[in-house]
Design a protein around this ligand. Structure first.
Ligand SMILES: Cc1ncc(COP(=O)(O)O)c(C=O)c1O
Length: 474
């Protein structure tokens, strides 16, 4: 069937969808928590997550419904972990009704409120009155949105970004997948600081590529010299998320420039996921750009930036993100996007453009509120005996907990005993990582200052065996 584009072009035969049945088909929902991600092919309880911390009543999740391993099966897909949501649903089932009624959910890396009313009206109007809102669009995105984002990115970066540097994707996750598809093949390596954003790791696994963990020092800012030691002939890219999920760290301009130099020296790419750029504490009006990478006339050789409209404009469900890269790179990206999506959602793109054009002041207010919550979070954790805040920014606090149990066991207990849903560090670290066991991620974007104080009080009241200084984790 031919596809009609808004410019009237018809396209050759291509299928818009797939009939393949999906296994365990829950979306990768970041609004809920996970235990240590589990291998798809091992639907088994993990050591340490069983009877001792176990549920008083069994939970039924989709995970339980998967009874047999299908064949044939791509080992690269089978080998990665499942979306975290099933485990978190299990934890909720372990809590009693009264506890659930007062649940504080700090697992969410997504705004839960709808977009501002003006944006919703724009979407409703488009749905009713703009026929093209229901059609496929150009593969790399609608020209007005590409141009508007290019202008925003030029302003933000001090560079000269044009619409030809911008591709619109179905969210930043797809942007990452598309970019990685152009960079790596099976057996190639990508260096990623740990803790990492788990979907980055999952995609690289599924591509048959190797995610090479780069440890961060105590300030959670990765060091280029540590990355240099990890580069091999198979390395294709370094991926940095700034501000970072899950650590909240905002990477200094000098560090980013040094990473770029390293990438250039080795002929590899530097991929920046800037999903949380709008909530960076360093972007006061009139402030210098948080990095100068895009001011380099040659930036397109090695730098690729990714963006999401999900957080800034509360458009998570509409799936809109972007890639900022050289036009040559986008020629390759276009092949991927055409095959997996044809185009990003028209409604999402209309909403994103409306947001860019109309919500500047509103977004500035959102940013101030998030930064105030960040301060409240830092103060609350700073006052908790035994807890150590390692990073705090964007939507996230990354903290070392004082308990003897590992973070995945603690996270389940927190739901049952404190009515607090957060994510264990194990979810953001390679299997078996001691650092993952000692840390948790608290996503505070949806909790106001009173809620943060309540959360801190619950943590202060939590019983349980604590580590004494210097003792190894249980
Ligand atoms: C670092 C990072 N990148 C990408 C995404 C996904 O964004 P999108 O909704 O645009 O796919 C998230 C969402 O949690 C994220 O934290």
């Amino acid at each position: 069937m031919d596809r009609q584009y808004p410019d009237g072009r018809g396209r050759g035969a291509s299928s818009a969808g797939s009939n393949r049945p999906r296994r365990a088909s829950l979306p990768a929902d970041h609004s809920a928590a996970s235990d240590q991600p589990r291998r798809a092919s091992q639907n088994l309880p993990r050591p340490g997550s069983g009877a001792a911390a176990g549920p008083s009543r069994p939970s039924r999740t989709e995970a339980d419904a998967v009874t047999a391993t299908p064949t044939p099966l791509n080992p690269s897909v089978a080998g990665t972990f499942r979306p975290p949501i099933m485990e978190a649903r299990g934890w909720m089932a372990e809590a009693d009704a009264a506890t659930l009624a007062r649940l504080i959910n700090v697992s969410q890396a997504a705004p839960i409120d709808p977009p501002p009313e003006g944006l919703r009206h724009a979407l409703a109007d488009a749905a009713l009155n703009r026929p093209e809102a229901h059609l496929y669009g150009p593969v790399l995105g609608n020209d007005p949105l590409r141009a508007a984002l290019a202008a925003r990115w030029s302003e933000r970066s001090g560079g000269a970004i044009t619409a030809e540097n911008v591709a619109i994707t179905q969210g930043c996750n797809q942007a990452f997948c598309a970019v990685m598809a152009t960079l790596v093949g099976a057996g190639d390596e990508v260096i990623i600081p740990v803790p990492w954003y788990f979907n980055h790791k999952m995609w690289l696994d599924m591509q048959g590529a190797r995610a090479v963990p780069l440890s961060c020092p105590q300030d959670m800012v990765p060091r280029p010299e540590d990355a240099a030691a990890l580069i091999t002939p198979r390395t294709r890219a370094i991926v940095l998320v700034t501000p970072n999920n899950p650590s909240g760290a905002e990477y200094p301009a000098g560090i980013l420039a040094a990473f770029r130099d390293l990438a250039r020296q080795h002929g590899i790419a530097l991929v920046l996921d800037e999903t949380y750029a709008d909530f960076d504490s360093r972007t006061e009006p009139g402030a210098a750009p948080v990095h100068d990478l895009l001011q380099d006339p040659d930036w397109g050789r090695d730098v690729i930036s990714l963006y999401s409209f999900s957080k800034a404009y509360r458009l998570t469900g509409h799936r809109v993100g972007a890639i900022i890269a050289s036009p040559e790179r986008l020629v390759e990206v276009e092949k991927f996007l055409d095959t997996v999506a044809i185009s990003a959602s028209q409604m999402g793109q209309i909403g994103a453009l409306w947001g860019l054009e109309n919500l500047g002041d509103w977004l500035a207010g959102e940013r101030r509120e998030i930064l105030a919550r960040r301060d409240a979070m830092a103060a609350a954790l700073g006052g908790l005996p035994g807890w150590r805040l390692k990073g705090c920014g964007a939507y996230f606090a990354w903290a070392e907990h004082p308990y003897a149990e590992d973070s995945s066991t603690l996270a389940r207990r927190l739901v049952r005993e404190a009515g607090l849903l957060l994510l264990p560090g194990t979810m953001f670290m390679p299997d078996g990582s001691a650092e993952g066991a000692r840390h948790v991620r608290i996503a505070f974007a949806n909790v106001d200052r009173a809620g943060i104080a309540d959360m801190a009080a619950r943590l202060a009241d939590l019983g349980g065996a604590r580590l004494v200084a210097g003792e190894a984790p249980a």
